[in-house]
Design a protein around this ligand. Structure first.
Ligand SMILES: Nc1ncnc2c1ncn2[C@@H]1O[C@H](COP(=O)(O)OP(=O)(O)OP(=O)(O)O)[C@@H](O)[C@H]1O
Ligand SMILES: [Mg+2]
Length: 314
């Protein structure tokens, strides 16, 4: 309905805007003409294989490294020129925790809060609230080395919220966490979303991206190769039915490949048959009762593997 765009609707500025951003290391473009917009209140997921350029993009929006060309605006400020202003309204969970091991849990929060100039009377209340939010009140006097990985990650998230930021940037917030802790993190991130914060996160967990993000961009070799809501991406890039086979011999591969509108792919040691129509594969499988097979619906991981398919990175 493009004709309706002539109606005057106020459009707020994006919270983050990258336009044609290029970053090179050693003459190689690791971010290659990146353009994206993240709107107020969105949870935006940046996905991509190892080395795709996600962390480099985040480091640029924090002003930690400078692009060769293109422009970046964050919270209305040009970055890197006014990065310090943009940073004042942001919270950051870096890919690797950088908590201070010489301080207790509580001190990590209060020292960080003092950098933002929080007055002493509100600082203690804020730190109490953050400890509760991260479920770390009982550990407030512990040293960082005494915390589990999950506790350290929760503390890093709490620290990112010290200045009550409108924008929170999280680089792999749940990598290495057990499923329980990951669920706690998800519910905290949802709380933040519901309170109106804008979130930019990177993740290698497709389930996380599907559950949390309104919009996703899949990056590869420094470029965005697909963009949309999780449901849109799945619909656009993968057939509805997926059949997984732990093993297939050569004649079975050939037979499946010959079925109409079946796309047969190998990933690791397993084979995957993708198709809109499930019946032909079921009919064929009925003649092979010994065959191990799993039938399921398409998901974001299928899309990711299809779009970024190649040998292992790094
Ligand atoms: N300071 C640097 N000097 C040289 N090369 C770098 C530097 N930082 C990143 N790179 C390279 O840039 C590319 C993109 O790295 P980046 O860390 O942005 O990837 P990523 O998408 O965050 O990957 P991962 O999922 O593994 O965290 C990689 O090839 C990496 O080796
Ligand atoms: Mg990274």
């Amino acid at each position: 309905m493009r004709g309706r765009s002539s109606v005057c609707v106020p459009v707020s500025d994006p919270v983050i805007e990258f336009a044609h951003v290029v970053k090179q290391y050693d003459g190689r473009r690791v971010v290659d003409g990146l353009s994206l917009r993240i709107e107020q209140g969105q949870c935006f997921g940046l996905l991509g294989p190892n080395g795709a350029g996600k962390t480099t993009a985040i480091r640029m929006l924090l002003g930690m490294t400078h692009p060769e060309s293109g422009s970046i605006r964050v919270l209305g400020h040009a970055v890197p020129e006014q990065a310090h202003r943009a940073r004042a309204g942001m919270g950051v969970v870096p890919q690797l925790d950088n908590l201070d091991p010489d301080f207790s849990v509580r001190e990590n929060l209060s020292v960080y809060a003092s950098f933002f100039g929080l007055p002493d009377n509100t600082l203690d209340d804020r730190v109490d609230w953050l400890l509760e939010f991260a479920e770390l009140t009982h550990k407030q006097h512990a040293r960082i080395g005494e915390l589990s990985g999950g506790m350290q990650r929760r503390l890093t998230l709490a620290r990112a919220l010290v200045n009550n930021p409108g924008l929170i940037v999280l680089d792999e917030p749940t990598t290495g966490l057990d499923p329980q802790v990951r669920h706690v993190m998800w519910s905290r991130l949802r709380d933040l979303q519901q309170s109106g914060k804008t979130l930019l996160l990177t993740t290698h967990y497709m389930e996380e991206a599907e559950r949390l993000c309104d919009v996703l961009a899949i990056m590869d070799h420094g470029r965005i190769i697909a963009h949309g809501s999780p449901a849109e991406l799945v619909r656009a890039h993968c057939e509805r039915n997926v059949f997984e086979f732990p093993r297939l011999d050569a004649p079975q591969q050939a037979a499946l490949d010959a079925l109409p509108e079946v796309r047969l792919e190998r990933s690791g040691t397993s084979w995957y048959a993708y198709t809109e129509q499930a019946d032909p594969v079921h009919d064929w499988a009925a003649g092979h009762p010994q065959l191990r097979m799993l039938h399921r619906h398409h998901n974001l991981e299928d899309v990711f593997l299809r779009l970024t398919r190649r040998d292992l990175r790094d």
